[in-house]
Design a protein around this ligand. Structure first.
Ligand SMILES: Cc1ncc(C[n+]2csc(CCOP(=O)(O)OP(=O)(O)O)c2C)c(N)n1
Length: 404
């Protein structure tokens, strides 16, 4: 038997691999009833749900017909996320931040999905959904305090930068171990059913992370227990230097739902309206007791994986420019202008306002401590906040440290 290593569909120096993408036209995909059987709607996983067309109109049965107020709010959150990301990268390059992860090009995922949920719904994100915190109106300076591990950090410096956690806004602690949040979200959703409330859990994983066993545990348990959970695979084409085909993306990730009896929806992740609409669909299904939905958000990671990565080494430098589904911010902006609910002038003002807000947030956060000058917590702080009752051997170690 000859077993060959799989070939990536995209490589540095190659032409972009976008020619073979399975795309549908805006408005083309039908919108079945939220309570349909997974097997009856399995074709949705092979199409691409899209609402915004090339002329910036909202078309077809998935148009969620949102009030302009919600669209403007979505645009604001996406812009804030992009501006925040850009500024944090700048701070990292200046040596004022140790590490950062941007979400450039994927802002519609967090903004639209968060706005389509209720505040009591519990979110189980990855490190690339900082936009959820901003969409739940967490002040940017709070995020920066976590990035700096300073005295304003609610996690007391006990997590790596970008591994946020915020119980106040139902944002579960981010784990560096990929995909663990998927099965945790299902556990939370099962508890929600036992308690008899109508809150749901919403979890995200990258397409690379979907190759982890936790992904399959989550699908099995949520299917068997019909848990109120939305399971999202953010297919941004790249898992660091590994393109999506290596995680199995030659076959749509959404299609994995059908085998478990879970509807799989594949959506244009750069189309704010389409992302909102599929999330609403899945939320209605979950709250009515019909169980989970698997959503594949088809998007593109426009920037590096993290500040420790150089994408020029493994993919064409200009690949994002060729992404056929465009920039989510620009698409929503153009739609708002098209329906006469936005203008270039308003856009410029908003950009200025948000830029100023983020610059001020940095200054405020840094006044509570920075990387070079501290203040730093005492070494013994590593023993704090871990155990309710500290085991004796750790109490001893802590004491030894104090006596050094
Ligand atoms: C279980 C596990 N395996 C490997 C890693 C190392 N790692 C961190 S991020 C990453 C790529 C993840 O890619 P993807 O899931 O597609 O998400 P993206 O970063 O593109 O948003 C890898 C392999 C890890 N953190 N955890």
């Amino acid at each position: 038997m000859n077993s060959k290593n799989p070939e990536a569909t995209s490589k540095s120096g190659n032409q972009t691999g976008f020619k073979n993408l399975r795309l549908s036209n805006a408005g083309e995909v039908n919108r079945p009833d939220e309570f349909s059987e997974a097997v009856d709607i399995s074709k949705l996983a092979f199409n691409l749900i899209r609402v915004l067309d090339d002329d910036h109109q909202a078309v077809g049965p998935w148009d969620p017909e949102l009030a302009p107020r919600i669209l403007r709010n979505g645009l604001r959150h996406m812009l804030l996320t992009r501006i925040f990301d850009d500024r944090m990268l700048m701070m990292q390059r200046q040596g004022r931040l140790s590490f950062y992860v941007k979400s450039t090009g994927e802002e519609a995922v967090s903004a639209a999905q968060c706005l389509a949920l209720k505040p009591d719904d519990m979110m189980f994100p990855t490190y690339r959904q900082q936009g959820l915190l901003l969409a739940r109106e967490v002040p940017p300076q709070e995020l920066i305090c976590q990035l700096l591990s300073n005295s304003g950090d609610r996690l007391k410096g006990m997590q790596l930068p970008v591994m946020y956690s915020n119980a106040d806004v139902n944002f579960f602690a981010i784990s560096g171990t990929l995909a663990t949040q998927f099965s945790q979200a299902v556990g939370w959703a099962m508890a929600s059913t036992y308690k008899g409330d109508d809150n749901l859990a919403c979890a995200w994983v990258g397409e690379g992370g979907s190759a982890e066993p936790d992904f399959h545990y989550a699908l099995t348990f949520s299917s068997v227990y019909k848990s109120p959970v939305i399971l999202n695979v953010v297919n941004n084409q790249w898992a660091i230097s590994t393109d999506q085909s290596i995680a199995g993306g030659r076959y749509p990730f959404a299609a994995r739902g059908t085998g478990y009896g879970i509807p799989g929806l594949r959506v244009d992740g750069n189309d704010f309206l389409a992302v909102y609409a599929v999330t609403q669909w899945a939320a209605k299904r979950a709250r009515a007791g019909h169980g989970p939905t698997l959503i594949e958000l088809f998007t593109y990671r426009a920037d590096a994986h993290s500040t420790s990565d150089d994408p020029g080494k493994y993919r064409p430098k200009d690949e994002w420019k060729h992404w056929p589904l465009g920039d989510p911010l620009d698409r929503l902006k153009q739609h708002l202008i098209y329906i006469d609910e936005w203008s270039e002038e308003q856009h410029t003002c908003l950009l200025e306002e948000l830029n100023t807000m983020v610059v001020k947030a940095w200054e405020e956060a840094e006044s509570l401590g920075n990387l070079s000058d501290g203040p730093w917590p005492p070494t013994t702080a590593m023993f704090d906040y871990v155990y309710k009752e500290m085991p004796v051997h750790l109490q001893k170690q802590r004491q030894e440290l104090l006596e050094e």
